[in-house]
Design a protein around this ligand. Structure first.
Ligand SMILES: [Zn+2]
Length: 267
């Protein structure tokens, strides 16, 4: 049975809930942890809960604060972002929780309000991301594979640092703006890439960690996402399981993807 517990983690003076869903009744696959950062991507949470109920495991879910002023609540996709305040300041800042894991990412997170240009707000976000990693996602040093779960709304995977292998095709390219895909696995580790390409069930992207390192001062490459953190800072293998939320069978598709990623044989 999966049990959920809420932990409080402050971003500045705003309370964020870190919800941990854990099924200990089955022996957990050692070292793997699921992470959901975007609060509006709920199919991915449902899919992961189904899989950890079947196989054991742990999901870390960020619940963003609902103390959001009316004018901000009407902004597009606001639930993707964390709205927060810092001490000594009445301003509401906005952070994308998947752009907070490197300095370059934090400085360039400029959705609607540029918290990245405010040194105090940036410091608050850095403290938050350090604690989120250390106390929850990495659990000290016990985590050795991070499996992030996301849903998009039909955006394409066009990151210049990704080498892509499409299912049912031999195309492999790392040119931006050419890969119109919404359902994919994205990995940082070549062994995972080979394994998933050989399965030939899903589109698979490999993050080119060397290319990001070479361009680590550019936010086009170093966007502050947890995949970049895993690829160039911590060197921990990372797997993103991403499904378009408007895909006809999104929940079942994402459950199947998670099942093929999260298996005992390969861990
Ligand atoms: Zn997301």
């Amino acid at each position: 049975m999966t049990i959920s517990a809420d932990h409080n983690l402050k971003l500045g003076r705003t309370d964020i809930i870190v919800r941990i869903h854990e099924n200990n009744s089955l022996e957990r696959i050692p070292g793997s942890v699921f992470v959901n950062l975007h609060d509006d991507e709920n199919i991915s949470v449902q899919a992961t809960l189904q899989v950890i109920e079947e196989r054991g495991g742990r999901l870390i879910e960020l619940i963003h604060p609902n103390d959001v002023p009316v004018d901000l609540r009407e902004r597009p996709k606001i639930n993707r972002y964390i709205v927060f305040r810092i001490s000594g300041d009445e301003h509401y800042y906005i952070a994308d929780p998947n752009r907070i894991f490197t300095d370059v990412g934090r400085k360039n997170d400029i959705y609607l309000e540029n918290y990245g240009s405010n040194v105090n707000a940036r410091q608050a976000v850095e403290t938050f991301s350090d604690k989120l990693l250390r106390d929850f996602i990495l659990e000290g040093i016990n985590t050795d594979v991070i499996i992030a779960v996301h849903n998009n709304t039909g955006l394409d995977l066009s990151d210049p640092s990704i080498i892509l292998k499409k299912k049912d095709g031999q195309t492999e390219k790392n040119e931006p703006q050419t890969n119109l895909l919404s359902n994919f696995l994205l990995v940082t580790n070549e062994n995972h890439y080979t394994r998933f390409v050989n399965q030939n069930k899903y589109n698979v992207g490999l993050q080119d960690n060397g290319l990001i390192l070479q361009n680590r001062d550019s936010s086009n490459y170093n966007d502050g996402s947890i995949s970049v953190y895993c690829g160039i800072v911590n060197k921990i293998p990372y797997i993103n399981v991403e499904v378009c939320s408007s895909y006809s069978n999104a929940l079942q598709y994402q459950v199947d993807m998670l099942r093929s990623v999260y298996t005992r044989e390969h861990n």
